[in-house]
Design a protein around this ligand. Structure first.
Ligand code: UDP
Length: 456
């Protein structure tokens, strides 16, 4: 296939069932539609709902949302067929339900008859299903190259240290590292089975860009034996014709009243729930920082023990916290329009768990990061943030406890202190850097896709 011979190229995209996965898939889809691709974005209804409103009338001709019905397992109703708000103990069940949907997915492919499948590394069986129908497939990884590279390094060379002095787990994180590597090893085993099949493209797409991860991207290519092609930061841009909502308007007008770069945004992604210990330290740390803040606090769906939303929040936060911070702080429950908030001129820092999307969004909007990594890939991403110079990590104590004093000190340093001047400058430069190169990557990606496709 070449671009000229095939007027419209039909692609099925199949991300993992999380907001942090489907949004980069959607952003990649948007870019591909500008190059003559028609996209069928396949996921569960509960996951598709998160992005429905982003499919503007203009996009709806070239991006179709295709629902995948998973078997309903006991304790896992359809509304929980997504990682957003999923109580952590149900995660294995969700994986099981997804892995049992092979026939359903096969029927979808047979109906659409796409020219290509773009799939997530968490569904290593998807390309096999495509292969049975002679459909070529390419993997798209939404994690950082640094973390992916770190994992592959230890699979291949368990005895040698990762060749970077800054990118490593800290002593108190050894159990987190074990968990990450165990997850990765399991996936690698499952992936190995599909690596050599016939219709697999010899490239892997990965979210990110060369300026900050070039050496890790090259090392990954060497380790895996497939060329890793960065697709750019793929940040969800607040679209002008997207529907606003009341909560967004309220937050934005609250921010309008604050001084420029005076406010920190505090959020730990779409999947993680804070422990009570961390939640208290964060509350007191924000109080001690004396800066303005917007904090999103999340609870698992169905875990409220019958309490109304407001009561649940009040019961969870330290007593009197909301009264003491008053107009200086806004606490939101569940969800915030993160991209719109980070884009606002009053925001001067982001207390983040360093999920890869959050890191790239922060860079895109020039907001320096106060890194509070929790688990999985986040510690590695946090080290990268420091290596690149766009943020400072709040290091935990030797017992792995987050401390309020330390949090308040780092927030102050990054947002207003003399010591934070460098990171503020680096973050602003990063924003400029990304602004000037946004559309270049997609041409390169399409070119590499076709080149690899033609070699099948
Ligand atoms: N997000 C959001 N509002 C929230 C929480 C998260 O818009 O209240 C978005 C955020 O902008 C990012 C994604 O959800 O695009 C989270 O992805 P990330 O990789 O940062 O973390 P994960 O959710 O995968 O842990």
């Amino acid at each position: 296939a070449t671009r000229n011979e095939t007027p419209i190229i039909k692609v099925v995209m199949f991300p993992w069932l999380g907001y942090g996965h489907i949004t980069p898939y959607l952003e990649l889809a948007k870019k591909l539609t500008t190059r003559n691709f028609k996209i069928y974005l396949c996921s569960t209804i509960a996951t598709l709902t998160c992005i429905e409103e982003k499919i503007t009338p203009k996009l709806s001709h070239s991006i179709k949302l295709v629902p995948l019905l998973l078997p309903v397992l006991p304790g896992l109703p359809r509304k929980l067929h997504t990682t957003n708000g999923l109580p952590p103990h149900l995660m294995p069940k969700l994986k099981e339900a997804l892995d049992s949907s092979v026939d359903e997915f096969s029927n979808i492919l047979a109906d659409i008859k796409p020219d290509l499948l773009i799939y997530d590394f968490l569904q290593p069986w998807a390309p096999l299903v495509a292969n049975e129908q002679n459909i070529p497939a390419v993997q798209f990884i939404t994690s950082s190259s640094t973390m992916t590279c770190f994992m592959f390094h230890y699979f291949k060379n368990p005895e040698t240290e990762f060749p970077s002095k800054t990118i490593r787990f800290r002593d108190y994180e050894s159990d987190k590292m074990e968990k990450l590597l165990a997850c990765g090893r399991n996936l690698e085993e499952r992936t190995k089975a599909v690596v050599g099949f016939e219709r697999s493209l010899k490239i892997v797409l990965i979210k990110g860009f060369r300026d900050i991860e070039g050496e890790y991207i090259d090392y990954l290519t060497e380790l895996v034996g497939k060329k890793f092609v960065p697709v750019g930061p793929l940040v969800q841009e607040p679209t002008p014709d997207e529907k606003g909502d009341e909560i967004s308007d309220e937050i934005l007008s609250w921010l309008d009243k604050k001084e420029e770069k005076s406010t920190v945004f505090v959020s730990f992604g779409s999947e993680y729930f804070l422990t009570k210990g961390d939640l208290d330290e964060i509350a007191y740390g924000l109080e001690m920082s004396k800066l303005n803040f917007i904090w999103v606090v999340r609870f698992p769906k169905g875990g409220s023990n019958g309490l109304s939303n407001g009561l649940l929040l009040e019961k969870t936060l330290p007593r009197g916290f909301l009264d003491r911070v008053g107009e200086r702080g806004m606490v939101l429950q569940g969800w915030a329009p993160q991209a719109k908030i980070l884009e606002h001129p009053s925001v001067g820092g982001f207390v983040s768990h360093c999920g890869w999307n959050s890191v790239l969004e922060s860079m895109n909007f020039g907001v320096p990061i106060i890194a509070v990594p929790m688990h999985l890939d986040q510690p590695i991403n946090a080290r990268l943030v420091e290596e690149v110079g766009v943020g400072v990590e709040v290091v935990r104590d030797e017992k792995n406890r987050l401390r309020k004093e330390k949090l308040a000190a780092v927030i102050n340093e990054v947002v207003v202190g003399d010591g934070g001047e460098f990171v503020r400058k680096r973050a602003a430069e990063m924003k400029e850097n990304l602004r000037t190169k946004k559309d270049q990557e997609i041409d390169d990606v399409v070119e590499q896709l076709f080149a690899s496709w033609n070699r099948l």
